[in-house]
Structure formats: structure tokens, C-alpha cells
Design a protein around this ligand. Structure first.
Ligand SMILES: O=C(O)CCC(=O)C(=O)O
Length: 410
């Protein structure tokens, strides 16, 4: 069994939070990572305080709360495969969570990091000349993660995984951005190991929304902070979440929260990386593509009784043995590349917005070449009732796939 040490957020309550300013070109500097934070109370989000600390099953909890989503919102989600709720939570809370996220970046210890990068760029060889295909293959080989980098990524299911932006490195492979401006995303267990994000995930309001969407026994699979760093924020290629979080039947849903304004390109401003969707594509039935483990396959979480999924010691969370695991794409998404550019609807949203994303809807986000960041927090759930979670999905965790509200905070 292999694990990574988790470190708790060390936010010092002080009064002011200076805006993060880059120290361009000085990659080793942490001079700007001096943000002090006010303590965060997510009670503002729902009036419920730390929801995980409250005992009671999901079913019992939602009985006491009224539906949050209107019939119209549910109809929009059913029709389009996504739902935008602008101003869902207070801007002040978005700003506080943004500070917490920044503090986590500042806490990154680079001394043991294998510099794993995150990229979704697809170099399909279709339509390329032989020379271009060869070059694409060579690039893919060079970009392929080393074994420690892959291991770090797999372990991020149960730990804090900081994944770098491609653009944070020069051609010689040297890091050219300060660490707090170099990380693409942080995942995938913030909903349990980072208290502000844990509380924000497990509010009564979120439980109710998840119930409104028809969930009977929701399980939080993963959570992420995506930073879309200024100038170098990588695009997220066209995809459907069911490629990565495959379940039978397909029940994965993403909840995506804007911690900053997400702005389209206009009047010379290049945009900071809005989400774009193909409405109704969740019903096109075109996706057989899956990102799967090969080699050692994890034990299916469906075979692990819920009461045994609990982490006794949250600093020693268990994942499977990832030491010989490889990851590969299988199958094809037959329709995602057939949608013309005008079918992709870009969604500009202010900080404090929630976007609900069906696991089968085609979506993407553009690169960020602006001077602004674009921080978001997101988590994904699937319905454990009547749903199989395959043991060869990339994301495996024996301890972290907890049932929403199933147990008190450790
Ligand atoms: O935030 C982004 O840029 C992309 C998010 C996304 O694609 C997802 O959460 O599935």
C-alpha cells in the first residue's frame, strides 16, 4: 500500500489579505506567499455550519429541507446537460475561498515534488501528414510522464496533488514561474482533507441540490481547485467527465464553483478561460472513450462496505497499490469532434456562480492568456445506489469515497 502524507492548511487568522503578485522569472521565490487569512465560515453558504460534523444520513437530512432547484432549473439541466446558477453563493465567500486556495499553493513543498504536469491536449493523428504524425508521436513521448510523475498523479486521489501548468516550464524543462503561479490544479481530496473546502462541499444546500437531481445515495468522488494561472492557464480540451469518472449507469455529476469572475474575450481582452458546452450533447450516446488503469486494478469500491471506507487516521488515507499501474485511453468519442464551433456555448459567469455539469455533456475551457487568474473549486459525485463504479477507473480510493453525510468528521 502506498500513501502520501497529507498536510492540513495552515491559515493564520490575520486581518488583511494582500493580492497575490507574481515575481516574474524568479521561480524559486516564495516571497509573495505571505498571505494571511481570516478564518472561513462556510455557514454563510447555507446556514448549516460544518455539515460533515453533523450526524445523520443523507436521506434523513434531506427530509428536513425544502427543494432548492426550481422545476425550470431542473428542466434546463435535463434538456441541456448543464445548469448555470449565477450568484449562487456570496462573492465574499468566493473571495475567502480564493484566499484559502492561494494559501494551499503557498504551502506546496517543492523539495519532493516530481513536477507532474497536467495537460489535456489531444494530438489525434487523424488528418495529419506522415511527418506531422511522427512529430506528434515524438512530442507525445517527450510529454509522457515519468514513473514518479504518474505515481504522484495516481496518489493524488487520496492526497494533495499539485499538478503543474505546461507553460510553467521553458523548453529546457526549467520552471520559469513562481510556484503559486505555476500550478494548474490541486486535487483530488480537498472535500475531506482541506477544512474550508470540506465544509463548502457538505452544506445542507448542496445535499438538497444533489437530492433534487435525483440522487439516492451520493458519494463524493473527487474535488479539485483549478487555477487557470495568468498568461499560461492551459485549455481543457473537449471532453465528457464520464470518460474519466465512468459509472454504470452513468450517474457522475460535477458541481463547479467560480471563485473569480470567468470572462470571455472581448475588446482586446483575451478572456481568462470560460467553460463552454454543447447543449443537449449528454444525450447523443456517442461516447465510448474511457481513461482506464492497465496493470494492477484496484478493488471495486462497490465491494467495500460503506462502514469500512472510513479513514481512521486522515493523514494516512489508503489508496490501492499504484506502483505498477499505467493509464491509457480506450475507445472513442464518436461525436464530440463533430460539433461545429457555433454549437459550443461559452458561459461567462461571475464569482459566486455554480455550474452543474452532467457527466455526459461535452464541455471544455479555453486557455487563459490574460493577466488575471481564474480560480474555481469543483467536486464530483456519483450515486452509489444502483450504480457500479469500475475498478479500472483511474481514480481509486478505499477511504475517501464516503457517502455524503454518512459519518461525523474524524
Ligand atoms: O474548470 C475548467 O476549466 C474545466 C473544468 C472541467 O472540465 C470539469 O470540471 O470537468
Amino acid at each position: 500500500m502506498s500513501t502520501m502524507k497529507l498536510t492540513q492548511a495552515t491559515a493564520t487568522p490575520v486581518t488583511s489579505a494582500p493580492a497575490p503578485t507574481p515575481e516574474a522569472g524568479n521561480a524559486s521565490s516564495t516571497a509573495h506567499c505571505t498571505t494571511h487569512l481570516r478564518p472561513l465560515t462556510c455557514a454563510q453558504a447555507s446556514g448549516s455550519g460544518s455539515a460533515l460534523a453533523a450526524p445523520g444520513t443523507f436521506k434523513a437530512r434531506i427530509q428536513a429541507t425544502a427543494p432548492v432547484l426550481t422545476a425550470e432549473q431542473l428542466a434546463t439541466y435535463e434538456r441541456d446537460g448543464y445548469l448555470v446558477i449565477k450568484n449562487f453563493f456570496p462573492k465574499e465567500l468566493a473571495a475567502q475561498l480564493r484566499q484559502e486556495a492561494y494559501a494551499l499553493l503557498c504551502g506546496l513543498d517543492l523539495s519532493t515534488h516530481p513536477l507532474t504536469r497536467f495537460t489535456t491536449s489531444n494530438s489525434s493523428k487523424k488528418g495529419l501528414s506522415e511527418a506531422e504524425a511522427e512529430a506528434a508521436e515524438q512530442n507525445a513521448k517527450e510529454a509522457a510522464p515519468t514513473k514518479p510523475q504518474l505515481h504522484y498523479f495516481l496518489e493524488s486521489a487520496v492526497a494533495r496533488g499539485f499538478l503543474f501548468e505546461e507553460g510553467a516550464f521553458n523548453e529546457a524543462g526549467e520552471r520559469i514561474k513562481a510556484k503559486e503561479l505555476a500550478i494548474n490544479k490541486l486535487g483530488h481530496a480537498l472535500h475531506l482533507d482541506a477544512p474550508p473546502f470540506r465544509d463548502f462541499t457538505h452544506t445542507d444546500t448542496m445535499a438538497r441540490i444533489i437530492a433534487d437531481l435525483g440522487f439516492k445515495d451520493p458519494v463524493v468522488l473527487q474535488s479539485m481547485l483549478i487555477f487557470k494561472q495568468p498568461d499560461i492557464g492551459g485549455k481543457v480540451d473537449k471532453h465528457r467527465d464520464s470518460t474519466f469518472l465512468h459509472t454504470k449507469p452513468s450517474t457522475a455529476v460535477g458541481f463547479w464553483f467560480a471563485l473569480e469572475d470567468c470572462k470571455k474575450a472581448r475588446d482586446g481582452y483575451p478572456g481568462n478561460g470560460c467553460l463552454a458546452f454543447v447543449p443537449k450533447s449528454h444525450k447523443d450516446g456517442g461516447n465510448d472513450r474511457r481513461f482506464r488503469r492497465v496493470g494492477v486494478i484496484a478493488e471495486s469500491i462497490n465491494n467495500i462496505p460503506a462502514d469500512q471506507r472510513k479513514a481512521v487516521d486522515p493523514t494516512a488515507l489508503r489508496g490501492p497499490d499504484n506502483s505498477h499501474t499505467k493509464l491509457k485511453f480506450f475507445g472513442e468519442d464518436k461525436t464530440i469532434n463533430t460539433y461545429p464551433p457555433e454549437a459550443w456555448i461559452e458561459e461567462e459567469v461571475p464569482a459566486g456562480s455554480l455550474v452543474v455539469i452532467h457527466g455526459d455533456v461535452c464541455h471544455m475551457s479555453s486557455p487563459n492568456t490574460s493577466a488575471d487568474s481564474r480560480y474555481i473549486y469543483t467536486f464530483h459525485v456519483f450515486d452509489d445506489e444502483g450504480t457500479q463504479y469500475p475498478s479500472d477507473n483511474w481514480l481509486q480510493s478505499k477511504d475517501l469515497f464516503k457517502h455524503f453525510y454518512s459519518e461525523p468528521t474524524p
